[in-house]
Design a protein around this ligand. Structure first.
Ligand code: FES
Length: 79
């Protein structure tokens, strides 16, 4: 008999947080910010201020910066 019907903590899969792919506060996908940067030549900071990406709670900023770093090879800080 195994006892509890629930798995123990050791039986649970490792929880690996997935990076955010959008700013939840502004309701905008990171890819849409990047597309606008590429299309307009504006800086990521300018697009973030205009769209609100990263401008409210800030929870998306680390993942947004990583997203841009991987695609633009720059470090961008919203706002
Ligand atoms: S999730 Fe982007 S500012 Fe809150």
């Amino acid at each position: 008999m195994s006892g509890s019907p629930f798995p123990t903590l050791r039986q649970l899969p490792a929880l690996t947080p997935r990076p955010m792919t959008r700013c939840e506060c502004a309701g905008i996908e990171f890819e849409d910010v990047l597309a606008e940067v590429r299309a307009t030549g504006a800086t990521p900071e300018e697009v973030c201020v205009r769209t609100g990406c990263g401008q409210t709670c800030g929870a998306c900023r680390p993942d947004f910066e990583s997203y841009l770093r991987a695609r633009l090879h720059v470090v961008a800080k919203p706002g």
